[in-house]
Write a protein that binds this ligand. Structure first.
Ligand SMILES: [Zn+2]
Length: 187
């Protein structure tokens, strides 16, 4: 028997990615080399809680605090040189010119990312970005879908739409915790 898919709508996909991210976050904080049963329980509880609305993705405010604490370094690679402001959702594809959508990035990361969606760029780089950046991105996707009445849209349908993000690149699997970091480290 084929296993039922965990996510059908874009909302479920965001929640699944977010629950995996939260699991990875805990494991990285505990300096684990791999995931254990405790981590999988957290993921399952959070995913269920998000779906039945007993839990929620915390607001982007937490991420704004992190942004201030991180200071002026490239949020992608940690470089302190030649910083610019990068729009997480590219302006060309409808990203807004506001604080939630802006982070510091070095010119090298900025030009490598170009017009690509952030997760598309991550997949192209072949290396995961710091988890806090992915978290901010997922919150932006959630907010956009919520504001535009898209949360219940089927994934196949949303893939066809022209949006500031590309749903097909939202990570549904995260690497082992020892291959991840929470924030970029200044270098
Ligand atoms: Zn950089």
């Amino acid at each position: 028997m084929a296993r039922a898919k965990k996510y059908q709508t874009v909302k479920e996909l965001i929640f699944w990615s977010y629950a995996n991210l939260a699991m990875a976050h805990t494991a990285v904080e505990r300096k684990q080399e791999k995931y254990n049963t405790f981590n999988y329980v957290i993921r399952a509880k959070l995913f269920k809680g998000l779906k039945d609305e007993t839990m929620n993705m915390r607001t982007i405010f937490d991420d704004e605090k992190i942004k201030l604490q991180t200071g002026q370094i490239c949020n992608y690679c940690g470089s302190c040189k030649k910083l610019t402001l990068d729009h997480i959702f590219a302006q060309k594809s409808g990203g807004k010119d506001d604080a939630e959508n802006l982070i510091f990035a070095c010119t090298s990361c900025n030009s490598s990312k170009g017009k690509k969606d952030l997760m598309e760029w991550m997949s192209y780089r072949g290396e995961f970005l710091p988890l806090m950046i992915i978290r901010r991105y997922l919150k932006l996707v959630f907010k956009f879908c919520s504001d535009n009445g898209l949360l219940q849209t089927q994934i196949e349908e949303i893939t066809e739409m022209k949006l500031p993000f590309k749903v097909e690149y939202i990570p549904t699997k995260y690497p082992k915790p020892n291959e991840l970091k929470l924030n970029a480290e200044a270098k």
